[in-house]
Design a protein around this ligand. Structure first.
Ligand code: THU
Length: 130
């Protein structure tokens, strides 16, 4: 699975976005350590704060299927059919990813790839509570 293939899967996943309020479609494709891919889209709600981001949809699908080891996630978001502008994951999604991923976890955007440690350098983890 190349980064480009994973990004294409994220773009395809955005087609199922339920985003009638923002009209901003987001898709994510999460690659597991054993080579499976879980996709997700953003799911909005009339009670806006209950919206679930695409990344968290993908993570929750994977965890609920017994997968908790991840290698990479690709993310694509756009208000149109043009997904060339990068869609950086929000802080909430980075925190959810950090529960399961180490700093070298790869985040693929349309303009290249980053590490979780690049985007969330100082993480709150279970160690923070000791
Ligand atoms: N959104 C995501 O799905 N992922 C992100 O990382 C950022 C934002 C969604 C939430 C909402 O449905 C729309 O994009 C506009 O914020």
């Amino acid at each position: 699975m190349t980064n480009g293939e994973l990004l294409d899967m994220a773009i395809a996943a955005a087609k199922n976005s339920y985003s009638k309020y923002s009209r901003f479609r987001v898709g994510a494709a999460l690659l597991t350590a054993d080579g499976r891919v879980f996709t997700g889209c953003n799911i909005e709600n009339a009670s806006y704060s209950l919206t679930n981001c695409a990344e968290r949809t993908a993570v929750f699908k994977a965890v609920s299927e017994g997968c908790t080891e991840f290698r990479a996630i690709a993310i694509a978001g756009s208000p149109s059919d043009d997904f060339t502008k990068p869609c950086t994951p929000c802080g909430a999604c980075l925190q959810v990813l950090s529960e399961f991923c180490t700093g070298d976890f790869v985040i693929v955007l349309s303009n290249g790839f980053f590490r979780l440690s690049d985007l969330l350098p100082k993480r709150f983890t279970e160690d923070s509570m000791k």
